[in-house]
Design a protein around this ligand. Structure first.
Ligand code: HEC
Ligand code: HEC
Length: 398
């Protein structure tokens, strides 16, 4: 029933390469140690070869969780499997839909027991390159640790795995015939491979394989497609001084926090772009005050990570709290240098937020300029990524 598919990413058995891949994290500060599993054999017998789009650097991979095709395959099944929640109703994919670049189309998400998250579910394309994870957490730096939030978090409950049901949830995978060969292939040296460390490592490995780099923009860059007049005008604005979007959305991933295998020093900027200014105090609504929620520092008020703009056409609604419905509204806000909220609990003129980044200044954009910028943003949509059969729901019959 579950057809075994071939991976586009090729395997080879050069152990020299495997060693190089295992070492990539070294100085780069991939951060926190992964999980407690030993899968040394995967790193010495099979080397993963990235099939990367032009201009994409090799992702940094934690030394203790090297890439392998078997782990990506296992991780894909686990990512889509609702058995991975306490009450069996929710998978990672319940809030991260492939056709929406792994967002969920909602302003904020709803966990397995009905509780709402504070923030908007993020896209997962090219997440392997993020040196910090989630919208505003400078200390959450590796996928293996981020995952503990949806799996085990209590505030809010997402997948609802607790100390009481943890063993039972794992037993579901030990009991499922489908998984025995997959865990064995992914962790060949483990006598009992069905453990939380291995589950987490496999899903992280799957997530690192989610590379998006075949949009019209990429094709135009390599001469395989031609921009329309509007798209080209939008591109010139985006990269030029008038709109200067590249101050924060730059490089191959259209953001400004990137780590790769060769990174030495990694910048981790966060920006307040003036979405709120409650009562003129500079405040953003709790618990969405950005990095300040963790640092307690007013200078971090409203500071969020600039999202990648790849596939942004399909990731509405926008911003950390999903409070902006359309790209047209996003462009209006950015052109104004912030958002003025006239009434209600969050009333205040974000354009005057005292903690706003100096880079988020008002821009003299015409209606035509905004439309052209949106036309350009839509060239960042990558249909191959949104429909890649190797990353789709394996439980769905074709
Ligand atoms: C209930 C909905 C929900 C579920 C279930 C869920 N997520 Fe998320 N995910 C979110 C939200 C909301 C965010 C943004 C969190 C924040 O900023 O605080 C997010 C953020 C992320 C990020 C950070 C992306 C980035 O660019 O930094 C990753 C990675 C991620 N999720 C992976 C997963 C994995 C893996 C699972 C399953 C183990 C999962 N998610 C389950 C809603 C969900
Ligand atoms: C000062 C840095 C900065 C500049 C300059 C900037 N952005 Fe952003 N952008 C951000 C940040 C930070 C966010 C998320 C803010 C939040 O959620 O609070 C964002 C969000 C967005 C979003 C919503 C994406 C999503 O997934 O929610 C779009 C679209 C966007 N920016 C496009 C642009 C365009 C187009 C320009 C140029 C006209 C631009 N940005 C200039 C930092 C910047």
């Amino acid at each position: 029933m579950f057809e075994h598919r071939h991976f586009r990413l090729k395997l080879s058995v050069t152990s020299a390469l495997a060693g190089a891949l295992a070492a990539v994290c070294g100085l780069a500060g991939c951060g926190g140690n992964g999980s407690s599993s030993g899968d040394a054999s995967a790193s010495t017998t099979t080397a993963w070869v990235w099939a990367l789009p032009g201009g994409f650097p090799t992702p940094a991979v934690p030394a203790d969780n090297p890439m392998s095709a078997a782990k990506v395959d296992l991780g894909r099944f686990l990512f889509y499997d609702k058995r991975l929640s306490g009450n069996g109703t929710q998978a990672c994919a319940s809030c991260h839909f492939q056709d929406k670049a792994f967002t969920d189309g909602l302003a904020v998400s709803r966990g397995s027991t009905g509780e709402f998250t504070a923030r908007n579910a993020q896209a997962l394309g090219n997440v392997a390159y993020s040196p910090t994870l989630t919208w505003a957490n400078p200390s959450l730096v590796v996928l293996e640790r981020q995952m503990e939030v949806p799996l085990f978090g209590e505030n809010p409950v997402e997948m609802g795995i607790t100390d009481r049901n943890k063993a039972a949830v794992l037993q579901r995978f030990a009991d499922a015939a489908l998984y025995a060969p997959k865990f064995a292939a992914a962790y060949p040296v483990d006598a009992n491979p069905v453990n939380w460390g291995n589950v987490i490592n496999a899903i992280a490995t799957f997530q690192r394989s989610l590379i998006s780099g075949n949009s019209k923009y990429d094709q135009a860059t390599s001469g395989l497609a031609v921009f329309s007049v509007a798209e080209q005008r939008g591109k010139d604005l985006f990269f030029g001084d008038k709109a200067a979007c590249t101050q924060c959305h730059q490089g191959f991933n259209f953001n400004d926090q990137v780590i790769d295998a060769s990174s030495q020093a990694v910048k981790k900027p966060f920006h307040n772009i003036g979405l709120y200014n409650i009562g003129g105090s500079g405040a953003y609504p709790e618990p969405n005050r950005g990095v300040m929620e963790l640092s307690g520092l007013y200078q971090d008020m409203g500071a969020f990570r600039a999202p990648s703009l790849r596939n942004v056409e399909v990731t509405a609604p926008y911003m950390h709290d999903g409070s902006v419905a359309t790209l047209e509204e996003v462009l209006d806000i950015i052109a104004e240098g912030g958002r003025n909220i006239a009434s209600g609990a969050n009333a205040g003129d974000g354009r005057q937020n005292p903690f706003k980044s100096p880079l988020a200044r008002p821009l003299a954009l015409t209606a035509q300029d905004k439309a052209d910028l949106i036309a350009f943003l839509k060239t960042l949509t990558d249909p191959d990524f949104l429909g890649n059969p190797l990353q789709s729901d394996p439980f769905k019959l074709p």
